[in-house]
Design a protein around this ligand. Structure first.
Ligand code: SAH
Length: 392
């Protein structure tokens, strides 16, 4: 196996089990590895530190293990068994009311670069690193072995998540089975999953618990679900007894998906309407007296350099919603940017409240659910944050 030697002192974060080796930490290779190859990482004193997938870029090694062990199907079976046990412990496996959950959450499950979401009998697998792409067949075999009858299909979807330059000829397709059943259930509500063309693995699985909380606030309210995508928050609001629900997204495809999902659960229900429009324009022009608004925008900052502008964006967006909110209204507001910390986000919303001159109380502080666990040595894994506000 090829070996990578670090510069003096650069092993410190790895000794604290942080799972990334940055390009600046590397001193030399014994032999240049191929992208996706498994390599061993050594300190400058030639002590073994870790083993992981090599890739060209700012993160050069994603650590799979801090022990000297072979990375083969048995390795993946071991990791996937732990991940499955964690989901059992949380209570998301074998729940007839909910067959949608995240089975593998990258670094959170000590498998950096790998995401697996479960929709009923179908696992949707996504590689975010070349190494996981190369290993996809043994991972699929390991997954079937660990999950047994719990899954019948494995759909691989990495066309948009792998580095373009690696020229892997990425493709989307079934590695196992091939069912076209595309309806899954979250907390008793149905939705279509578009594995092929949908964002992420087809649905935003990470908002399950926050949608449930929203349901409890919806009774009798006029609800605006801004950035609705597949309409998750909308059909929960309807089940919660909302008076009316308006879903808004700039993408017509998202609006079509939302309408289809609402119809699956509440056919011909006149309470729901969906609009393909830009969020900022809609908020400027709206006249409906909303008293429950959800703001769940896409990540405003993908990198640290975009942080300042992203925070301004969150402030501006929240200010517009707060200015128009009816007295006694509730705002569910989120950020899914990894580089925006909980404190950053709270400050941005604080600025929005001050500028909108509204008295605001924080009722809940929200985050990603337990099936998106955070590896304690990898704080970057805490990406979803939200606030529920009471607007006087
Ligand atoms: N709340 C959703 C997930 C939102 S994803 C859920 O629970 O599943 C973010 C969505 O914002 C995408 O569907 C994207 O099309 C939409 N979007 C991006 N920019 C927008 C804009 N300027 N105005 C309105 N929608 C936008």
């Amino acid at each position: 196996m090829k070996k990578i030697y670090l510069k003096r002192g650069k092993e410190e974060s790895l000794q604290r089990f942080h799972p990334w080796v940055f390009s600046g930490a590397i001193s030399y290779f014994d032999q240049e590895p191929e992208e996706g190859e498994v390599v061993e990482v050594y300190s400058n004193n030639k002590e073994f530190i870790a083993i992981g997938h090599y890739q060209i870029g700012s993160i050069m090694v994603r650590v799979l293990s801090f022990q000297q062990e072979p990375i083969n199907q048995a390795f993946y079976e071991k990791r996937l068994t732990t991940a499955f046990n964690v989901r059992y412990c949380i209570g998301v496996v074998g729940n007839s009311n909910n067959n949608t959950y995240r089975m593998v959450h990258g670094e959170g499950d000590n498998l950096p670069g790998l995401i697996i979401d479960i929709y009923g009998k179908t696992a949707v697998m996504q590689a975010h690193s070349v190494g996981m792409h190369e290993d996809r067949m043994i991972i699929a075999d390991a997954l079937k072995k660990v999950m047994g009858d719990a899954i019948e299909n494995i759909f691989y979807k990495s066309e948009t998540t792998l580095p373009y330059k690696a020229e892997l000829g990425q493709e989307n397709g079934f590695l196992l089975g091939g069912s076209t059943e595309d309806i899954a259930i979250e907390n008793g509500l149905k939705f279509h999953v578009d594995w092929l063309k949908g964002q992420k693995t087809g649905f935003f699985v990470d908002q399950r618990e926050n949608r449930s909380l929203l349901e409890h606030y919806a009774n009798g309210r006029n609800v605006l679900n801004m950035f609705c995508y597949t309409g998750g928050f909308s059909f929960y609001a309807m089940r919660g007894g909302a008076k009316l629900v308006h879903s808004v997204d700039s993408s017509q495809k998202a609006i079509d998906l939302t309408n289809a999902n609402v119809a699956l659960n509440f056919p011909d229900d006149p309470r729901h309407k969906a609009f393909a429009e830009d969020a900022f324009k809609y908020l400027d022009n709206m006249s409906t007296p909303y008293d429950l608004i959800i703001l769940d925008p896409p990540a405003f900052a993908k990198h640290k350099d975009a942080l300042r502008n992203a925070l301004k964006g969150y402030s501006r967006l929240n200010q517009k919603a707060l200015e128009k909110m009816q007295p006694g209204g509730i705002l569910f507001t989120f950020s899914c940017s990894q580089v925006v910390t909980k404190d950053n986000f709270r400050t941005a919303v604080f600025t929005a409240a001050a500028q909108a001159k509204r008295s605001v109380r924080i009722l809940h502080q929200l985050h990603q659910p337990a099936d998106h666990p955070i590896n304690i040595f990898h704080p970057e894994g805490e990406y979803l944050k939200g606030l529920v506000l009471y607007v006087e």
